[in-house]
Design a protein. Structure first.
Length: 221
């Protein structure tokens, strides 16, 4: 039995602050809590303007110089409302924030890698319209007309084209146990977008990525 820490519903929030250091200790080994005073009205992930109608004053800014993140997507269908999968939403938000930082020269593109590892029943989110057309939508009692997560997949698959390394992986062990084939995987109609990748096994892949110092995030409720 292995032990793996979970960061449930976690999301990296990135704010750019001039002169702020990401170090948590100075040369005298005194702990730096990373706080600023007074707080500052910094841009937020998913809400970069931090509008005056809902000003949030930040005490702890986050300035990343490297971001290597793996999302464990075995609870990927947990929803934030009826149409928003939490895991995909968090991946989009993080990737968007990092894309902005790359464009501003605050982080190098080669220092960014976001990987989503889908396994278990929810790995079906990465399957094509033909598969989903055989499944019943519980909200209507009729078959789906296509993959209900298609819009989110398209956002994620297009991100690498925009300068952020992001890849979606499905567990080969899950595919084998479910009888899914490579031809069942979702393919973007935009041929320039990335494709769904198959790994040899999700658990081993997660261990390997943690050993490679990827931050581990598990979305869900």
């Amino acid at each position: 039995m292995y032990s793996m820490k979970k960061v449930v519903g976690a999301l990296v929030v990135i704010g750019a602050v001039a002169g702020y250091s990401n170090s948590f200790a100075d040369s005298s080994d005194k702990v730096d809590p990373g706080t600023i005073s007074p707080c500052q009205y910094l841009p937020m992930v998913g809400n970069p303007t931090n509008p005056t109608t809902q000003k949030v004053c930040v005490d702890v800014p986050v300035n990343l110089t490297k971001a290597r993140v793996v999302f464990n997507m075995d609870e990927a269908s947990a929803m934030d409302g009826p149409t928003t999968p939490i895991g995909m939403k968090h991946m989009v938000q993080l990737a968007g924030a990092l894309k902005s930082r790359i464009a501003q020269g605050l982080i190098e593109a080669e220092d960014v890698s976001i990987i989503g590892v889908f396994h278990g029943a929810d790995a079906s989110m990465l399957l094509n319209d033909a598969y989903w057309a055989t499944q019943i939508d519980p909200s209507t009692g009729t078959n789906y007309v296509g993959n209900p997560y298609k819009a989110w997949l398209e956002q994620l698959l297009a991100i690498e084209k925009g300068g952020v390394h992001l890849q979606l992986e499905i567990c080969g062990v899950t595919m084998s146990s479910k009888g899914w084939k490579n031809s069942d995987l979702y393919v973007s109609p935009d041929a320039t977008n990335s494709k769904i990748l198959v790994n040899q096994g999700a658990i081993g892949r997660l261990i390997a990525l943690e050993n490679a110092k990827f931050a581990y995030i598990q979305p869900g409720k």
